[in-house]
Write a protein that binds this ligand. Structure first.
Ligand SMILES: Cc1ncc(COP(=O)(O)O)c(C=O)c1O
Length: 389
C-alpha cells in the first residue's frame, strides 16, 4: 500500500537514530559514552516530582481544558512577564506536552505553500522538517562561527521578502550554544516589527545563558503581538520525560492552536501541569546548581576539544552544547560521527544533522559527568591521532 506522499517531506531528529545505534552497540557489550543527548543528566528537582505525585494522588487523572490548567497558564504568564519584561495575559498562554507541539502546530497554523519561513541553520532539525511538511519554503539563515554562531541584522534583512510569513529564532541555540547579543536583537526587532510576518522565538534554553541575562526578541516594541514566545520545562527543570511546554501566542492564534491541540493530544496531563506550577513558582536552587555544573563542564569540554588534533572550538555562550570545528581533520562530519561511535564508543552528532551549514562541525552535548567528558576526550584524542598519523 502506498503511504501519503507528504510523509516524504517530514524529516526527523538524528539524535534519536544515533541513540538507537549506540544502544544496539551497548547490547553487544560495548561501552558507549553518550554525548549525543539533548537533555540534562540531572533528575527533576524533588519538590517538582512531589507536586506531580501529589496531583496524581489528589485525583488529577482526568482530561482537563485543552489550553492548559488556569493555574499553570497564570504561573507561566507571570514567569514570562517577569523574565521578558513585557505584560503577558494568562489568556494568551497555552500549554502542551512539550515545546515541540508549538513548533509543529505553530508552523501548520501559519504557513502554507507559497509562504517562506526563515529559520536558523545549523538549527534544531524540527524547524526545517515542519516547514517542508507544511509545504512552505524553508529559507536558511546561516549561523557563522565568526559571529559566535549568531547572525547579523543584515543577514536577516537580505532574506526577508513579501512572502516571508514566519521567522523562527532560537537563542540560546541548539546545536551551537550561540546567543544573539542584545545589540543585534534590537536591530532585528526593528526589522521584524515593520515586516508583516509572524515570529516564533524558541527560548527553551533561556535560563542556560552563561554571560548575560537572557535577552528575548519578544521584549522589544511591537513584537509580542506577533510572536509565539516559546519556553518549556525539559531543559530548565530537567523534565524531558514529563512532556510539558508553554508559549505566549498572538491573540489571533489562541483559538486555532487550541483547536489543533483538541484534534491531537486533547490536553497536557494535568498532574504534569501541577508539577509545572511547582517548577515555575518554587525555589530555583536546583536549577542554579545545574547551570553552575554546566558552566564548569563547558570549560572542561572546550579546553579539551581545543587540545585535540585538527579541532578548534569557540566557547558557547549558552545551552549545554559545544560545536567544535573539525575541518582541519580532513573528515566530513558524518564520517567522524560514525567513526567515533563505532571505533571508540563516543556517541555525538554530525553538525549536518542540523542542516547543511553544519558541515565541518560536530555537536557535543556536555550533559554528562566530568569523568565521562574526560574519558570521551581521551578516546577522541586517540582516534584523531591515528587518523592524522
Ligand atoms: C531548540 C529546541 N527547541 C525545542 C526542543 C523540544 O523541547 P521539548 O522537550 O520541550 O519538546 C528542543 C529539544 O531538544 C530544542 O533543542
Amino acid at each position: 500500500m502506498e503511504l501519503a506522499s507528504g510523509l516524504a517531506r517530514l524529516g526527523t531528529e538524528t539524535a534519536f537514530e544515533v541513540l538507537a545505534r549506540a544502544k544496539a552497540l551497548e547490547a553487544e557489550g560495548r561501552e558507549i559514552i553518550h554525548l549525543q543527548i539533548g537533555e540534562p543528566d540531572f533528575d527533576t528537582p524533588a519538590h517538582i516530582v512531589e507536586a506531580g505525585v501529589k496531583a496524581l494522588r489528589d485525583g488529577l487523572t482526568h482530561y482537563c481544558p485543552a489550553p492548559g490548567l488556569p493555574v499553570l497558564r497564570e504561573a507561566a504568564a507571570d514567569y514570562l512577564s517577569r523574565t521578558r519584561g513585557v505584560v503577558i495575559e494568562p489568556s494568551r498562554v497555552l500549554v502542551a506536552p512539550g515545546a515541540k507541539p508549538f513548533l509543529f502546530f505553530g508552523v501548520l497554523a501559519t504557513c502554507e505553500p507559497g509562504d517562506e519561513v526563515i529559520y536558523p541553520n545549523p538549527g534544531f532539525p524540527i524547524y526545517e522538517s515542519v516547514i517542508r511538511f507544511a509545504g512552505a519554503t524553508p529559507v536558511p539563515l546561516p549561523l557563522r562561527e565568526e559571529n559566535g554562531f549568531a547572525f547579523t541584522a543584515a543577514d536577516l534583512a537580505e532574506r526577508l521578502t513579501p512572502r516571508t510569513k514566519l521567522v523562527i529564532l532560537n537563542s540560546p541555540a541548539n546545536p551551537t550554544g550561540g546567543v544573539v547579543p542584545a545589540t543585534v536583537n534590537a536591530e532585528i526587532a526593528a526589522l521584524l516589527a515593520e515586516h508583516p510576518c509572524f515570529v516564533l522565538t524558541d527560548e527553551v534554553y533561556s535560563e542556560i545563558a552563561y554571560d548575560d541575562v537572557h535577552d528575548s526578541i519578544a521584549s522589544y516594541d511591537g513584537l509580542i503581538e506577533k510572536t509565539i514566545l516559546l519556553d518549556g520545562f525539559s531543559k530548565t527543570f530537567a523534565m524531558t520525560g514529563w512532556r510539558l511546554g508553554y508559549a505566549a501566542v498572538p491573540e489571533q492564534l489562541v483559538e486555532p492552536l487550541t483547536r489543533l491541540f483538541i484534534n491531537c493530544h486533547s490536553c497536557a496531563p494535568p498532574a504534569t501541569q501541577m508539577a509545572g506550577v511547582a517548577a515555575l513558582t518554587g525555589p530555583m536552587d536546583d536549577v542554579r546548581a545545574m547551570i553552575e555544573e554546566f558552566r564548569v563542564r563547558r570549560e572542561l569540554i572546550v579546553d579539551g576539544l581545543n587540545a585535540l588534533p585538527g579541532i578548534s572550538c569557540v566557547k558557547p555562550a549558552g545551552a549545554f552544547y559545544a560545536f567544535p570545528n573539525i575541518s582541519e581533520t580532513g573528515l566530513t562530519a558524518r564520517v567522524l560521527q560514525d567513526r567515533l561511535l563505532t571505533e571508540v564508543g563516543v556517541a555525538l552528532l554530525a553538525g549536518t544533522a542540523f542542516g547543511e551549514h553544519g558541515e565541518g562541525y560536530l555537536r557535543v552535548s556536555y550533559a554528562n559527568s566530568q569523568d565521562n567528558l574526560r574519558a570521551a576526550l581521551g578516546l577522541m584524542h586517540g582516534l584523531l591521532e591515528r587518523t592524522a598519523g
